[in-house]
Design a binder for this molecule. Structure first.
Ligand code: DGJ
Length: 547
């Protein structure tokens, strides 16, 4: 009898544990999260992969309902599905420990009405290498909340990451924000990701020279970084590897002993402590509500030394350091005010990390780059900055491109991570691009190369961008603008490749609807698939082979 009661109690306990674990798992997986599919990382929202067709608001736009009122219709007209918007520490916690969530709640309700998701940017301790959004009770109490100092010992408008008071204050505020979001939003899931801090960076010196920072600089390099470097030695970014190599791959010592003397070491050191601080903020936030969290970087211009650009942020040459100190950071993201789009993106993905572009200057390249980022890098999303500045939003190239990407989202999401998607970005300097999908090789050329459009005579060519998805052995969808495409059979080069069918169409409720069957002049009598520069189209292509 006793034994039977024992077994009964044990079974009951196991059942209770199982129910709790499952509930926890369901809760965990039903909030927005990242998931791998093949070699791609997808953002899962409401159980489905979500492609961010985004735009970031100017810094002071999300500060009142009145100010946002004319912006919402613009965002809709631009075909956005997500807006990136700041939460300002100074407005959230005007008095220490007293939080004001009303404005945020009201704005989130408006976003819901407009069927927009939100990525929140935490303008906390740092915003573009400064601490301008810290509340006044932080700014005016320098004794308690110390600033970073330059190499002359001069205090900067930049909170020092070496102060535990600074960390505690930021962490408490961010945790309060995330707890509130959990309560206010975990059912609706309006907020799908969070970016803690903004463009963290050290200026005008490569590192903080406050007393606490100087002490840390003399201390041993944290064991966690050394262990990381040993574990990932073959895959470290070259800047870290070569500095370490020049010091004989030492596994003990202070920063200068391990990496040599110079601004590069100052920057490594600073990157570690920026990342450690941010990771602690993120950990507290995720303990409350574990949304995906990423950090963004102001890209450095080539030829400048640390201290001359916002240093020590989550930059490609510091990725290993940021990762080693920041295990809770989901990924690092580049902000583009810098023309070298492919160069920087390649650096961000070289260790297999996902790509997300939270900011790109609002210019005439963004439509093409959105298609390229989502096609070539299978990016989580794209988001030009100061999105509300767009005039005549419905006629903007971005609106037209987002319209195509929105229609294609289910197909793109189903095929991510399986080498079935590619993208091209073309202009006068890069007028062609060759890609391979399945048995075929595709040569994409800028449509101006045909010389059939008036603007082809211009000195500069507008950027064109397109993507292609393979949906069958001989079936592909191609979307974008300013391209013509020819084909080869790679598997059997003796065979000629012909167009069996090209249809222009739209996806309506995920169903392909043909608008025009193209041939004759529209395919140059079967020689190519073509979309002119001013057209933004989706075409379905079927190829065949002949001897
Ligand atoms: C990058 C920052 O992250 C944005 O908040 C904004 O300041 C832009 N630069 C430039 O206006």
């Amino acid at each position: 009898m006793k034994n039977r009661i024992k077994t009964y109690i044990q079974t009951l306990l196991l059942l209770i544990i199982a129910v709790f674990t499952t509930t926890a798992q369901v809760q965990e997986s039903s909030i927005p999260h990242l998931r791998k599919q093949g070699n791609a990382t997808q953002l899962i929202v409401e159980g489905k992969p979500f492609l961010i067709l985004g735009g970031e608001l100017g810094n002071s736009t999300f500060t009142s309902l009145e100010n946002m009122a004319p912006v919402w219709p613009k965002l809709k007209a631009l075909n956005l599905n997500t807006v990136l918007a700041p939460v300002y520490w100074e407005l959230l916690e005007p008095e220490e420990g007293k939080f004001k969530f009303q404005l945020l709640d009201d704005l989130l309700k408006e976003a819901r009405k407009n069927e927009l998701k939100v990525v929140l940017l935490w303008f906390g301790s740092w915003k573009n290498s400064m601490s301008s959004h810290a509340p006044s009770w932080v700014k005016t109490n320098q004794e308690k909340f110390p600033r970073a100092k330059d190499d002359n010992g001069i205090s900067q408008e930049l909170l020092s990451p070496f102060s535990s008071a600074n960390l505690n204050a930021d962490r408490a505020a961010f945790k309060a924000l995330m707890l509130h979001l959990k309560e206010f939003d975990s059912k609706e899931q309006t907020v799908i990701m969070v970016q803690p801090e903004n463009e963290i960076g050290m200026l005008p010196a490569a590192r903080d020279h406050s007393k606490e920072a100087n002490l840390k600089f003399e201390m041993a390099v944290p064991q966690a970084l050394i262990t990381y470097m040993q574990k990932h030695k073959e895959n470290l970014v070259p800047e870290l590897y070569s500095a370490w190599e020049q010091q004989g791959f030492k596994t003990k010592g202070n920063w200068e002993e391990l990496f040599g003397k110079g601004e590069h070491t100052d920057e490594f050191f600073m990157a570690w402590y920026f990342s450690e601080f941010t990771n602690a903020v993120i950990t507290a936030g995720k303990d409350a509500y574990a949304l995906p969290m990423f950090v963004n970087a102001a890209l450095n211009y080539k030829g400048r030394k640390p201290g001359e650009y916002p240093s020590a942020g989550p930059l490609p040459h510091l990725m290993d350091i940021w990762k080693a100190a920041g295990s809770k950071i989901d990924f690092m993201a580049p902000d583009f005010y810098n023309p070298d789009f492919k160069y920087w993106n390649d650096l961000y993905v070289r260790q297999g990390d996902p790509l997300f572009i939270p900011e790109h200057r609002y210019d005439n390249t963004i439509a093409g780059k959105a298609a390229f980022a989502i096609g070539h890098y299978e990016a989580i999303g794209f988001s030009p900055f100061a999105i509300e500045s767009a005039e005549n939003p419905e006629n903007q190239p971005l609106s037209k491109m987002y319209n195509l990407l929105r229609q294609l989202t289910p197909i793109l999401m189903a095929n991510q991570g399986q080498n079935k998607i590619e993208g091209v970005l073309l202009d006068k300097e890069n007028e062609g691009s060759v890609i391979t999908l399945g048995d075929y090789e595709f040569t994409f050329n800028h449509s101006y190369k045909l010389g059939w459009e008036d603007a082809a005579k211009n000195e500069n060519w507008d950027m064109a961008g397109a993507l292609i998805v393979q949906t069958g052995a001989h079936e592909f969808y191609i979307a974008g603008n300013g391209i013509y495409v020819t084909f080869k059979n790679l598997k059997n080069p003796d065979l000629h490749v012909g167009i069996l069918k090209v249809d222009e169409g739209v996806f309506e409720n995920d169903n392909w609807k043909i608008i025009r069957h193209l041939n004759g002049d529209q395919t140059h009598q079967g020689r190519h698939l073509r979309i002119f520069k001013e057209d933004y189209k989706i075409q379905r292509l079927e190829l065949y082979n002949y001897k």
